[in-house]
Design a protein around this ligand. Structure first.
Ligand code: DLL
Length: 431
């Protein structure tokens, strides 16, 4: 554990600390940001009305839309003279969101990323290859500061140049890889193509996140790279990576609850759901200075477990995120997450974990096509094998999801590889 004092804090004490910090955050934004004050007033509430942690449910929700309306710096609760860094989302789906950090925020973020990396097995003896993108994306620099904080050796290579990634991994003795799970798979494939035996490498573990990935995908990455693969989660608006991460139990991601309050709500009604029920994760930051967020709707679907973990950490765990509420496809009225398709494909086998879901509309009917690469060996087999594989995938999708999908088996290495977040869905209905 990087910080046992906080990570294994007695729950009552932790909740007292959360309440104190929540009150400070509320006072800060109420005094400094008219936008929050007005939104609170519209709900007939002021910070003084929050008398216990549970009262957080009286506060209004905030979303990406609020950040966009106040683009770029309108929700900063610190003067620009105190803001030492900004990051931003890519903005491919609208106005980008800009997030800011004071020097203390950068210190907090480094602490949280130090916990994340130590959870994944890092120490000052580690050589950490950071293949998350550096730049406005929070992945690269977030992991970088955490790795330096624990005193590990950082290889700040950023994403891309995959052959070079592999050479460096071998020559520099990388022990931990940090990148998206889809990029880890691409790196694994490149290692195989370069005819390097992963056992010759010093790689022991990887911290993968920034996109949903299934348990099946974990198994594939672990066996192809011969490492332990850990899930790490976060989002720019809340701080970046470092919000939650898996411990050695690999059974849920511990949320850094001394810095964030987590709730699960019904995405349709906004009602708070009880422990263990799946719904949308809502996060409130309680120590951030430049961009505090109150009841921020992440759009991510998960559930919370507040039972103690055998690892000794007392912080609640969130289940692996199954998808975003806005990535959920509604096909002929049925809700489908890309991760469900991923799980089916990996369970059936004989396919590569490279797939894309193409949705279109013919007349008034939604058509879902699943494109999936067959394995090299399967591809060289005769046609009957391919037909029965196609049928098996078709039937399993129908069994599990209750809808039919066209299955298109494609040749190995034809689906575009990802160096960052993979694009799994092409929804032509909205184009
Ligand atoms: O992706 C921050 C990050 C960087 C997390 C590196 C982990 C590692 P954004 O670009 O703002 O920030 O995207 C945030 O990505 O709301 C989720 O939908 C998704 N996401 C992030 N981590 C995971 C994960 C970074 N472990 C959005 N599992 C979030 C599933 C994830 N989805």
């Amino acid at each position: 554990m990087w910080n046992p004092k906080y990570e294994s804090m007695d729950r009552e004490e932790l909740e007292r600390l959360q309440f104190l910090r929540l009150k400070e955050t509320l006072e800060r934004i109420y005094q400094r940001l008219p936008y929050y004050k007005e939104t609170f007033h519209k709900k007939g509430i002021e910070p003084g009305d929050i008398k216990s942690l549970e009262d957080i449910s009286l506060l209004p929700f905030f979303t990406k839309e609020d950040l966009r309306k106040n683009y770029p710096y309108g929700l900063f609760a610190a003067p620009m003279s105190e803001v030492v860094r900004v990051h931003s989302s890519s903005g491919t789906t609208g106005i980008p969101t800009v997030v800011g950090y004071t020097a203390r925020d950068i210190e907090t973020w480094s602490e949280l990323m130090a916990r994340t990396l130590v959870n994944g097995g890092a120490s000052r003896d580690s050589v950490i290859q950071i293949a998350y993108g550096y730049g406005l994306f929070t992945g690269g620099l977030g992991a970088h500061y955490g790795a330096e904080k624990i005193g590990a050796t950082v290889v700040p290579i950023s994403g891309g140049q995959t052959i070079r990634q592999v050479r460096i991994m071998k020559d520099f003795g990388t022990t931990m890889l940090a990148c998206t799970p889809s990029y880890a798979l691409y790196i694994a494939e490149t290692i195989e193509e370069m005819e390097i035996n992963p056992a010759e490498l010093k790689l022991k573990s990887g911290v993968f996140g920034a996109e949903p990935w299934s348990e099946g995908m974990r198994q594939v990455i672990e066996s192809r790279l011969q490492i332990d693969a850990f899930d790490i989660y976060g989002l720019s608006e809340v701080i970046g990576p470092g919000v939650s991460s898996e411990c050695a139990q690999k059974n849920g991601l511990h949320i850094c609850e001394d810095h964030f309050i987590a709730e699960i709500i019904d995405p349709a009604t906004g009602d708070v759901l009880s422990n263990g029920t799946a719904g949308e994760l809502v996060l409130t930051s309680i120590t951030k200075e430049a961009l505090p967020v109150i009841r921020y709707r992440t759009g991510d679907i998960t559930r919370l477990d507040r039972e103690p973990c055998p690892c000794g950490r007392t912080h609640a765990r969130m289940e692996k995120v199954s998808g975003r509420s806005d990535d959920m496809l509604i096909i002929r009225g049925v809700n489908v997450f890309p991760s469900q398709i991923e799980t089916i494909l990996l369970e059936i086998g004989n396919t590569e974990p490279h797939y894309q879901i193409v949705v279109d509309r013919q007349g008034s009917l939604d058509i879902m096509e699943v494109w999936v690469e067959v394995s090299e060996q399967m591809f060289s087999d005769h046609i009957r094998g391919l037909e029965s594989l196609e049928n098996a995938i078709y039937s399993e999708i129908e069994n599990v999801l209750g809808i039919s999908a066209r299955v298109r088996l494609v040749e190995p290495k034809t689906i575009t590889r990802s160096e960052g977040k993979a694009r799994r869905v092409i929804d032509k209905r909205t184009i």
